[in-house]
Design a protein around this ligand. Structure first.
Ligand SMILES: *[C@@H]1O[C@H](CO)[C@@H](O)[C@H](O)[C@H]1NC(C)=O
Ligand SMILES: *[C@@H]1O[C@H](CO)[C@@H](O)[C@H](O)[C@H]1NC(C)=O
Length: 303
């Protein structure tokens, strides 16, 4: 955010800190293996000696990913990522939530995708929402820092009123449901999701629309992770039955009034993002959508 100072502390994040002790979900001190299983080549994942930082490796042979052992329905999901540095053109690191595609192929999904670039050129962060197997809700933003220099926090707040994508404490995108009015029929609301991440080669589209190809001589490409937190109601792994805490309870701060709308500081930040960082917004793409999708009319923020 450049040199702008932001003295406010979000009520939401303050609440999150207070409640962290008392709700289900993962604690920051848990090690990789407590929360996740590897999907793909096990030898392409490394963890630090204390188990608190883990690394995904991509080489010309294969990429790799991980997913949570549990599914979650609503909540606050957060992780620190440090992206592939130097020459990362063609490489995409995806960090996302997705419903169980074995149980129902028509998936719901919430995506952060980090599109790499040539050395010194800026990353782009793409977000997307899928409902019942259909996506196409892409937004692309530039970032106000170099995401390869340090760890930054990328979070999703998901409740029945909206889904908010955060970068550090800044809401870069609000995807509304607006359950009071005629609500958004393209809103993921019923399917619990796992949290995933993966690193893969996407040089057919990722960087400058596919013009910049992956330089395998620069590999292996490594993305780094730590401090996963799921402040949520975990959904029992082998059960289709809704957990007792699916309905809002006193513990579920993520589905209480302060989490149903942005606070004043967040609205300011969101407007700043809308003015300065939006590269692409499907709601304004008349070629793809001659009539904007219904949820576009429910927006109350610029981003
Ligand atoms: C970039 O490359 C240099 C030289 O190979 C290496 O020391 C450094 O760790 C790399 N930076 C990142 C963020 O990967
Ligand atoms: C990569 O850098 C180029 C040149 O600055 C820029 O046009 C492009 O949007 C950047 N990001 C991606 C993902 O292509």
């Amino acid at each position: 955010m450049g040199s702008r100072r932001r003295p406010w502390v979000s009520a939401l994040l303050a609440l999150a800190a207070i409640e962290l002790c008392c709700v289900h979900g993962a604690s920051a001190a848990a090690s990789f293996g407590d929360n996740f299983e590897i999907t793909g080549a096990e030898d392409h994942v490394k963890t630090s000696a204390d188990g608190q930082t883990w690394y995904l490796y991509l080489d010309q042979k294969t990429g790799v990913g991980f997913q949570t052992k549990q599914r979650y329905l609503f909540g606050w999901f957060s992780m620190k990522l440090k992206l592939v540095g130097n020459d990362s053109a063609g490489i995409v690191t995806a960090y996302y939530m997705c419903s169980d595609t074995d149980a129902a192929p028509q998936r719901d999904e919430l995506d952060f995708e980090f599109l790499g670039n040539r050395t010194g050129q800026p990353y782009i962060i793409q977000t997307n929402v899928y409902h019942s197997g259909v996506g196409g809700r892409e937004m692309r933003h530039s970032l106000w820092f170099d995401p390869t220099a340090d760890f930054h926090t990328y979070s999703i707040l998901w409740n029945a009123k909206h889904i908010v994508f955060f970068v550090d404490k800044v809401p870069i995108r609000v995807y509304p449901n607006d359950a009071g009015k005629p609500s958004n029929s393209f809103f993921p609301i019923a399917k619990p999701m796992y949290v995933f991440s993966s690193i893969w080669n996407a040089d057919d589209w990722a960087t400058r629309g596919g013009l910049e190809k992956t330089d395998w001589n620069k590999g292996p490409f490594v993305s780094s992770y730590r401090d996963f937190a799921a402040d949520s109601c975990a959904w029992p792994t082998d059960s289709g039955a809704p957990p007792a805490c699916a309905a809002a309870t006193g513990d579920s701060w993520w589905d209480q009034p302060p989490a149903w709308a942005l606070d004043e500081g967040q609205r300011e930040d969101s407007a700043w993002v809308g003015r300065n960082l939006v590269i692409y917004d499907y709601c304004g793409d008349r070629e793809r959508f001659p009539a904007p999708p219904e949820e576009c009319a429910l927006r109350t923020t610029a981003s």
